[in-house]
Design a protein around this ligand. Structure first.
Ligand code: SF4
Ligand code: SF4
Length: 441
């Protein structure tokens, strides 16, 4: 038998792991919360319609807002409590900003629980494809990544693109973050079963569980059953940003994603451990997705931890419970590409990490010294220094000729630049200008 060989990629850097505080600690329940504000527009700028009134008591999992269109999802109460009002919260918006979402405020809350064992009540292997997709739609599942969409819509897009390969990306190779790692280490069988359900739903013949080679011993509970479901587990070297969708697709399938496109375009769908886990818990056991595992860590956190946090919990409350220093620079998501926290932000399915970092040095950027580090380490093989010139001179067409659209926004160029130039942000702005000009042609 010829065993397939998997490669690496040009560029990239070996980032410090910095995961010691949480990598071996089991997921814990969030502490008691005074209030949660449950977003009504988790996937769409249009909000679901509330079905509750102020003063009403709701139980955990009760419908509190109803979807009005196919792109929206129903909203369920993450905890039992009392409806105390309607308000607005902040959710991450692509590519790096924030957007407002109407929300239902719940107080007098039950204590948040942990991930409990469940009994299966739906045979996903015996169900036909239509029943399976119907079951997924009934759960109002969403994808658990930064570009949150309804899971049913994601499956429909994958089917339309004739996807033949599904990859569960558990590389998680940015510093501090261990939320997906802990899920796979503790609930490996559930993640694998969720991945198998998603593979059936989109009709993918080839299914890959991609993990960091340094952690493979932690994933014993996932690896053996994966084979039974026809899932190939592959342990890869950890060079950053191997977990980026386009890079992982290229390394595992040798298919090259066109600049600006996503991996569906080459027949590959990429998911994550949290989405697989939520899929299994709903489809097989009937547990609605109302919480997610969040890593709370960083150099300014006294008690780094992975918490199971109900949707709608205030980010400030969660950081406070982990004793994050108030003078810190708070980051939502990855230390390399995450966004700075804003007031009113709440935990949603997109929140994999909350980090408290050292305050930013107040030194201004200086002139490019042509060291070439940005281009040498860029995984998209772009001449980033030349793009920086284009940015400073406002040359959008020249940036397009230099393939700015191939940037995967990994943040390496900004990280290595000795002149402290915000290169990733500048390339992102160039990409947006190119897109705008194309639209206006
Ligand atoms: S952010 Fe873009 S330009 Fe910068 S290193 Fe990453 S891929 Fe290259
Ligand atoms: S890393 Fe910074 S200083 Fe060096 S070439 Fe790139 S932009 Fe210029």
């Amino acid at each position: 038998m010829v065993r397939p060989r998997f490669g690496t990629f040009s560029g990239g850097i070996d980032l410090a792991d910095e995961k010691d505080g949480t990598i071996d600690s089991p997921v814990a329940p969030a502490g008691r919360l005074k209030r949660i504000r449950v977003p009504l527009a988790p996937v769409d700028t249009n909000a679901a319609e509330p079905t509750v009134r102020i003063g009403q008591h709701v139980s955990r999992g009760e419908l509190i807002a109803e979807a009005l269109s196919a792109s929206q999802v129903n909203i369920f109460a993450p905890l039992a409590g009392r409806v105390s009002g309607f308000c607005t919260v902040m959710l991450p918006a692509q590519p790096t900003g924030w957007r407002e979402s109407p929300a239902v405020e719940l107080t007098d809350l039950d204590h948040p629980g942990n991930i409990e064992p469940l009994t299966e009540n739906f045979d996903s292997l015996a169900a036909d494809d239509h029943s399976l997709r119907l079951r997924i739609a009934e759960g109002s599942l969403v994808t658990f990544n930064q570009s949150t969409v309804s899971l049913s819509e994601w499956i429909a897009s994958a089917k339309k693109a004739d996807v033949d390969t599904l990859i569960a990306n558990v590389m998680e190779n940015t510093p501090f973050v261990t939320a997906d790692h802990r899920l796979l280490a503790e609930r490996g069988l559930e993640v694998v079963r969720g991945l198998a359900i998603l593979a059936r739903a989109i009709g993918a013949a080839r299914v890959i569980l991609a993990v960091d080679h340094r952690r493979i011993d932690d994933y014993r509970s996932a690896v053996a059953p994966a084979r039974l479901y026809g899932i190939n587990h592959i342990a890869l070297a950890h060079k950053y940003p191997i977990g980026a969708e386009a890079i992982l697709t290229k390394v595992l399938t040798r298919r090259r994603v066109r600049p600006g496109a996503d991996s569906l375009q080459v027949g590959v769908a990429v998911t994550d451990a949290a989405t697989c886990h939520a899929t299994y818990r709903w489809v097989a056991c009937g547990e609605l997705p109302t919480a997610r595992v969040v890593t709370v860590a960083g150099p300014k956190v006294n008690k780094p931890v992975n918490l199971l946090v109900p949707f709608g919990a205030g980010v400030e409350d969660i950081l406070e419970s982990a004793e994050a220093g108030s003078e810190s620079r708070f980051v939502y998501g990855s230390a390399m590409t995450g966004r700075h926290l804003v007031s009113g932000a709440v935990v949603s399915s997109a929140t994999n990490a909350l980090l408290a970092m050292e305050p930013t040095r107040r030194q201004s950027p200086t002139q490019c010294i042509r060291c070439g580090w940005c281009g040498d380490n860029c995984p998209a093989r772009i001449n980033v220094a030349a793009l920086n010139d284009d940015f400073e001179l406002g040359r959008t067409a020249a940036a397009q000729r230099k393939n700015a659209q191939a940037c995967i926004e990994c943040g390496i160029c900004s990280y290595v630049c000795p002149a402290r130039l915000p290169l990733m942000q500048r390339v992102r702005l160039l990409k947006q200008a190119i897109k705008r000009e194309k639209i206006n042609v």
